[in-house]
Design a protein around this ligand. Structure first.
Ligand SMILES: Cc1cc2nc3c(=O)[nH]c(=O)nc-3n(C[C@H](O)[C@H](O)[C@H](O)COP(=O)(O)OP(=O)(O)OC[C@H]3O[C@@H](n4cnc5c(N)ncnc54)[C@H](O)[C@@H]3O)c2cc1C
Length: 461
């Protein structure tokens, strides 16, 4: 619990205008997209690494919990201060420090909005590929802390691949630098990659050096519809056998299509469609033409009922609409849905769909699926009608069954969203006691007093 003079010490560090403890702020900063919030005692808005370091030192001294917040779009409660304490919102540290067109890199403060960075680098012919669907609200620091993925991960990889170096503040207040601006660096342990995906539990990231790539000159968007999700999965397999690596390869299943149709009052796919694949290929013109041809061929061979190719930016937007409307549609239909990001090795996606079908039948639930078919990463939404007796309990049983199932398929219970507090109790389904113990020793080395983001990743005793 924070001591009486704690507030004044925080004011001394960041200034009174940047300390909030009114009820509205505590509610706002206490929740993320999981919608299971918990208010902090106090919110501080630092502007510099020195501020962050002083705040960490203060919290460590008082053994007060410190939780870092980026854009607040996490799906597992990562930035929710479940043990109260100080919520440090990085929103004032939002500058693009440098875009180095010669060395193909960008230096940014943590709270640069991902989409803003993409726009800025594209203006100079460069490309920052990681594209979580939340890219207009989430920030680079949050993306690094969660190792965010997105539709383009199939060809370009996740956030991890683009992080070259970090400046970070340890929970004890020391400032460390990891990695360098060079694309090769093998000196000592790779602390940069340890911090990527550490969910704000090891250090507070205050600056990030990101690798950029040249902007692909041409892009082509296609949409293929199928009677059944299995045909769509077969098309993905055919594409890979044809050695095509689309930039994106997104799948939408029948339940999602129905949810979108209900939400919009009109269907976006032809009658009888059971699955949609959205594909984008990018690169040099000749390659894009050839790859688009191979994509069409593979989709046709797998039984596509319709293939559309966008001829303009407007048409591209129209083809993507079905994918963009999924989240709002599912939210409206089932506000209490359980939303998971299961992942299996690509070749085992058909078995993942068998697993989901068995869960649908056994637990009498609607389970709507969409996601990154090329990565084997499927967003599985267990729809819950809160008013239906016993449905939430059945949904949780189905959830556990699915987690056990993906691990048996050599996959993982989370490909993108992390563990936070929402999935902490399921950690041991995937990790052995020895692995968990090792991770806890790593945590202890960074955070000897356990003040940084307590209650996350590891189940609480
Ligand atoms: C509509 C929607 C679509 C989404 N689509 C995707 C998707 O396609 N792919 C995907 O991977 N995720 C997706 N997400 C989940 C979410 O956007 C990502 O996890 C994102 O990376 C979180 O970033 P954020 O800035 O909002 O972080 P927050 O939610 O603020 O924080 C997330 C975690 O990062 C930590 N953190 C934040 N900033 C720092 C920092 N500077 N230093 C250390 N730790 C920090 C926090 O403590 C917390 O543990 C989606 C979410 C929504 C709501």
């Amino acid at each position: 619990m924070i001591p009486p003079d704690f507030r004044q010490s925080v004011v001394d560090i960041v200034g009174a205008a940047f300390v909030r403890d009114d009820a509205g702020a505590l509610e706002l900063y206490g929740a993320d997209a999981l919608k299971r919030g918990h208010p902090p005692d106090l919110v501080a808005l630092p502007a510099t690494t020195a501020h962050v370091s002083a705040l960490a030192r203060l919290c460590d001294y008082h053994r007060a919990p410190l939780v870092v917040r980026g854009g607040g779009t996490g799906y597992t409660g990562g930035s929710v201060p479940v043990h109260r304490g100080l919520l440090v919102s990085m929103e004032r540290m939002n500058r693009i420090v440098e875009i180095d067109t010669h060395n193909l890199l960008a230096v940014v403060e943590p709270n640069v909005i991902t989409g803003d960075l993409q726009d800025a680098v594209e203006r100079v012919g460069l490309f920052y590929p990681p594209d979580p669907a939340s890219l207009r609200e989430s920030v680079i620091g949050g993306n690094v802390a969660e190792c965010a993925g997105g539709p383009r991960a199939f060809k370009y990889g996740t956030t991890r691949r683009y992080v070259l170096a970090l400046e970070a503040v340890l929970p004890t207040g020391e400032v460390v630098r990891t990695g360098s601006k060079a694309v090769k660096n093998v000196v000592g342990y790779d602390l940069t990659q340890l911090l990527v995906g550490s969910e704000g539990t090891l250090a507070i990231i205050t600056q990030i050096v990101l690798r950029l790539v040249p902007l692909p000159p041409v892009q082509s968007t296609l949409r293929a519809t199928f009677c059944d999700v299995r045909d769509a999965v077969a098309a993905v397999d055919g594409l890979l056998r044809a050695r095509v690596v689309p930039a994106t390869l997104e799948l939408v299943d029948r339940d999602c299509l129905e949810a979108v149709a209900r939400y919009l009052g009109a269907s976006l796919a032809p009658e009888g469609t059971g699955a949609v694949l959205l594909l984008e290929v990018d690169g040099l013109r000749e390659a894009v033409v050839e790859e688009s041809r191979r994509v069409e061929e593979a989709c046709r061979a797998a039984g596509a009922t319709e293939i559309l190719r966008a001829a303009s930016a407007g048409e591209r937007e129209a083809l993507w609409r079905v994918r963009r409307e999924i989240s709002p549609s599912l939210k409206v239909i089932s506000p209490a849905r359980l939303n998971h990001d299961l992942v299996v090795p690509r070749g085992r996606v058909p078995e993942l769909f068998d697993l989901i079908e068995r869960a649908r039948r056994e637990f009498r639930l609607r389970i709507a699926c969409f996601g990154h078919a090329g990565d084997g990463n499927i967003h599985v939404n267990i729809m819950v009608r809160a008013e239906e007796p016993g449905e939430i309990e059945r949904a949780h049983e189905a959830e556990r069954r699915l987690f056990e199932g993906v691990v048996a398929l050599e996959g993982s219970i989370s490909g993108e969203h992390g563990i936070g507090f929402a999935k902490a109790k399921y950690l041991s389904i995937e990790l052995s006691p020895a692995t968990i113990a090792l991770m806890k020793r790593v945590k202890q080395a960074f955070d000897p007093h356990g003040i940084l983001n307590p209650g996350k990743i590891f189940p609480e005793d």
